[in-house]
Design a protein around this ligand. Structure first.
Ligand code: M6R
Length: 606
């Protein structure tokens, strides 16, 4: 879901549709936009895809140079035209688009109804235009401030009014919003990726900040109406990275981009014998003072965190705990100023992850954010930030963000171990040398695509699949099974290979494909035995291991040999064929690969 706004000298409709298309990757079930025509607000909405909205728009010629748009993913009320944004007040003087949730909307709605307001949708958002209508006395800025002080929740919202045709007002709280500054024109978007096509100059709104756009200028005030100064931030993404180019899907393009982005993420961060993280401001004394590390993240980022846990414990010898961000606060974590909290988030805007970050900060912890989005909430709220230079990730299924997150965890684990001198220099050197080879080794995997397509045929008709592995392979199995689940809708479960025989092996029949990972050398024989136990139950096993591991290769039905690397870096390579496997199974099942059902790219609600 997303909000987009434009005010300037060009016709608004094509710009708004272009902006919504860029935001579309976040997933949506309906769209809508509002422009000013003939002195009034003109609204067009549609359930379904953006082309449906475009076809409605084609029935008329629009001249407006100001407007707002929205892609909706239903939270309050089913997906339908009435619930799609923009929403207006009773007289159609104010239109609002909104990302997020107004938590106290029910009581506000009841009160507004008692005051005579008529509601047309089931949404929480609709209270906003009615509140503006209620309090409006001629000054839109002051009215919006007043309304924002009445509502609770999270929001990135934009207000358009036919009473102020040369103005757009936008506000944010716990939901991202960016202003793009062009030549005598301004853009608003809930995600950076919608901006670089138009301008590289942006302002990132802070929490509880309002942007007032008039005459190609942006001014900023807080919720009390006090003026704020802001600095322009240059977006370093090229507009072409948000195009599919010759790939059939963004997911495939992003899988293939991995060698490049893995190289970019390492760039400037490796010297001959050590990691150089100029962005980190921790002193060796501070690092030695940490008695534990806590990692929080959701989904794929959580899986990258699992790899990070092992690396930090192995290399930096600091105990690490890890939580799914949505669970973190509710187990009363023992966090204090001696805890280093690592927050991983591709988008930097995931609501659960941000809530965990804030709780850890409240408890006094030092926060390192690992994120892909410059200017995101994680990047601004963490004490230190390590960026993954993966570029915009458009497909909902995360791929390049995951492998670059693992790289960032490798760099951070080495950085911590260097400060604590917990590893022999020789070992450190060996890891760094191997890390530099990883992007090329990732490229080698693409030569085996026909094999992976063939492997997909083992899974495409199945209703259930298992991913197994031990140690770091188990962490990668979790990510492989998530990829399969979200893109193919096949029930997939990841199991620690040694745990299967304690129950889940009862589910295994000749119709259950098993994806077995065996890259961790000290666990090789044990995983091999687990695979043999499964084979004895008649299941078909697809195996992933290093060249030369023939006994494993002979035990499974199909094997893919990965380029060899050290145990700790193996996850970066092992996951790539699993991403491709999910992609080809999804394709074979005719799914919408880039936009799987029920999912959004950035989950901004808890
Ligand atoms: O933007 P984030 O990294 O915080 O997102 C976390 C998860 O929502 C995300 O990784 C999700 O699990 C992906 N759809 C997985 O492919």
């Amino acid at each position: 879901m997303g909000v987009f706004g434009y005010i300037g000298k060009n016709k608004a409709i094509p710009v708004l549709v272009g902006g919504l298309r860029k935001l579309g990757f976040q997933g949506f079930d309906s769209t809508g936009l509002a422009v000013l025509e003939e002195g009034g607000i003109w609204i067009t909405k549609s359930t379904g895809k953006l082309v449906d909205l475009e076809s409605k728009l084609s029935a008329r010629t629009f001249t407006s140079t100001v407007g707002i748009g929205h892609t909706r993913w239903a939270t309050h009320g089913r997906p339908c035209d009435e619930n799609a944004h923009p929403h207006t007040d009773c007289h159609g003087n104010f239109a609002v688009v909104h990302n997020g949730i107004i938590e106290n909307y029910l009581e506000l709605k009841e009160w507004l109804i008692s005051e005579g307001h008529i509601f047309r949708s089931e949404t929480d958002t609709e209270v906003l235009p009615h509140l503006i209508e209620h309090y409006y006395e001629g000054d839109l800025e002051a009215t919006v401030c007043k309304v924002l002080n009445k509502i609770e929740g999270s929001y990135a919202l934009i207000v358009l009014s036919c009473k102020h045709p040369g103005m757009l007002i936008a506000a944010r709280k716990n939901s991202s919003l960016v202003v793009g500054l062009g030549e005598e024109e301004c853009y608003l978007a809930s995600n950076f990726s919608a901006i670089p096509e138009y301008t590289k100059k942006t302002y990132v709104l802070d929490d509880e900040e309002i942007a007032v756009l008039t005459d190609g200028r942006a001014q900023f005030i807080d919720f009390q109406g006090k003026t704020k100064e802001k600095e322009v931030c240059e977006v370093n993404w090229d507009a072409s990275v948000v195009e599919k180019e010759d790939y059939e899907h963004f997911m495939l393009k992003e899988i293939y981009e991995q060698p490049k982005v893995l190289r970019d993420t390492l760039s400037g961060r490796l010297a001959d014998e050590k990691v150089v993280l100029k962005e980190m401001s921790l002193t060796p004394e501070q690092i030695t003072g940490f008695n534990k590390v806590a990692i929080v993240a959701c989904g794929t980022a959580y899986h990258a965190g699992l790899i990070g846990r092992s690396l930090i414990e192995r290399w930096a010898k600091i105990p690490v705990e890890i939580d799914i961000a949505s669970e973190f606060r509710y187990r009363s974590p023992l966090i204090d100023d001696r805890t280093l909290v690592i927050v991983l988030s591709q988008s930097g805007e995931t609501a659960d992850t941000l809530a965990a970050l804030r709780e850890a900060k409240r408890l006094g912890a030092r926060i390192v954010g690992i994120t892909n989005v410059v200017g995101s909430s994680v990047s601004r709220e963490a004490h230190d930030v390590i960026y993954t230079w993966a570029g915009p990730e458009i497909a909902i299924a995360s791929t390049k963000a995951y492998t670059t997150q693992i790289e960032a965890m490798v760099l951070l684990a080495l950085y911590l171990s260097q400060a604590k001198a917990t590893m022999p220099q020789e070992w450190n050197r060996e890891i760094i040398t191997e890390l530099k080879r990883i992007p090329d080794k990732a490229s080698e995997i693409f030569m085996q695509v026909p094999k992976i397509q063939h492997m997909a045929s083992y899974i495409k008709e199945s209703s259930s699949a298992f991913f197994i592995g031990r140690g770091l392979d188990w962490a990668v199995a979790l990510e492989g099974s998530l990829k399969l689940k979200e893109t193919t809708y096949i029930h997939a479960e990841a199991y620690a290979a040694g745990e299967l025989k304690h129950g889940a092996i009862a589910l295994i029949t000749e119709n259950t494909p098993i994806v077995a990972l065996n890259t961790q050398r000290e666990l090789y024989d044990k995983t091999l035995s687990n695979v043999n136990e499964i084979k004895a139950r008649g299941a078909q096993v697809i195996g992933f291991t290093f060249k030369g591991n023939d006994s494993f290769g002979q035990s499974v039905d199909e094997v893919l040999y990965l380029p060899e690397t050290i145990n700790e870096l193996a996850p970066i390579l092992t996951v790539i064929p699993l991403q491709l496997l999910a992609y080809y199974v999804s394709l074979a099942r005719g799914n919408d690969v880039d936009r799987p059902r029920n999912l959004v790219k950035s989950v901004t609600v808890e």
